[in-house]
Ligand binder design. Sequence first.
Ligand SMILES: NC(=O)c1ccc[n+]([C@@H]2O[C@H](COP(=O)([O-])OP(=O)(O)OC[C@H]3O[C@@H](n4cnc5c(N)ncnc54)[C@H](O)[C@@H]3O)[C@@H](O)[C@H]2O)c1
Length: 371
Amino acid sequence: MADVVRMGVVGAGSIAVRGILPHLALSDVQDRVQLQAVCDPVPGRAEAAAERFGIVHAFSSIDDLLDKGEVDAVSIASPIGLHYEQGKQALDAGKHIHFNKTMTTTVDEADELIDTARRKGLKIVASPGEMLRPHNQRIKELIQEGALGTLAWAACGAAFGNYHEKEAVRQGEDVLSNIDPSWYYRKPGGGPLYDMTVYALHGLTGVLGAAKRVTAMSGVRVPEREFRGQMVPCDADDNTFMVLDFGKSLYAFVYGATAGRVTEGFAGSYFGTKGSIVGVKLNDKPFDYPGRELAESDRSGRQWLLPHVVGEHRDIGEQHVYEDVMQLVDWVREDKASIVTAEHARHVIDIIESCYRASETGQTQDLRTTF
Ligand SMILES: NC(=O)c1ccc[n+]([C@@H]2O[C@H](COP(=O)([O-])OP(=O)(O)OC[C@H]3O[C@@H](n4cnc5c(N)ncnc54)[C@H](O)[C@@H]3O)[C@@H](O)[C@H]2O)c1
């Protein structure tokens, strides 16, 4: 078993400040993981984060973090369009990686990272770990057991709304609370598919397996957004609707929309000849899954059922992100492989990349990956 994993956090924005750093600063994890370094290009932000969370080193670039930070692993928490380049740098420097969703924006990039990691004996955990959730595992079993008869179709998705403009860490005056969300609306890496629908797609493909083909329509519905009195130009598609083919005429409707929803949270809806699963209900009645009572007892709900979300971690937000970081920590320390794999993430990236290509060309696209 390896000693304590020395963790570097790349980007000290919303998810780092609200999720990763407060969880990893708690005393109960210090025997397994230590906050060793943080970097962020906004002047003073990494230093402020280091001071607040007791991190050893603060840098303004990932180059310095990898060179001088004395880290074994990194959690990449920068804008999605930077993840591939930063992941490549980290692997070249011999570091294990946790990617905050989404790992890359193309399959070619994901292939390269997966191959490099394999060659160098490094581990990648690529969020979101939706199949760590007991209710998703139960949905998979129910469908396999025939509870829905012949499964006919499924639906899942998410809407952008104005969640990111409104996050509390973006409304303040100091460097840890005035974090600009503009990248969420710009290419590459912006838009609701990479940031939100990605949860739904991990759940859907975790339950049904790899999809085979995709067709889609997609575009920009809101061309500018207001953030703190400034207009932000938006060129990333914010209104995307796709149909996935899982083979043998089993289809799924998936959306990443500007606003509105027809499914529950990020959960899928599944419809068969003998019944339906919508959210955590089978034929309109809650179904059982391990830990259901605990999940229903708290407002963070099902996040408490994630294996590392215990004790004080239940009082801190973004518990699923902490869980995924700990999946990497366990994997590095105990060689205990996580189910939150880069291969699963690559398949979801394939769906998103191919969906945009389908929309641009008007042609249904074959998917080329499985997991
Ligand atoms: N905000 C959320 O609710 C949330 C939840 C879960 C996961 N995530 C994921 O976490 C990642 C980050 O999202 P966020 O909301 O924290 O974004 P954010 O915009 O709040 O923060 C990103 C940070 O990265 C910094 N940054 C920019 N360029 C950088 C570079 N070259 N090197 C290092 N840092 C750089 C920015 O200065 C900023 O501080 C995304 O992949 C997102 O999908 C976000």
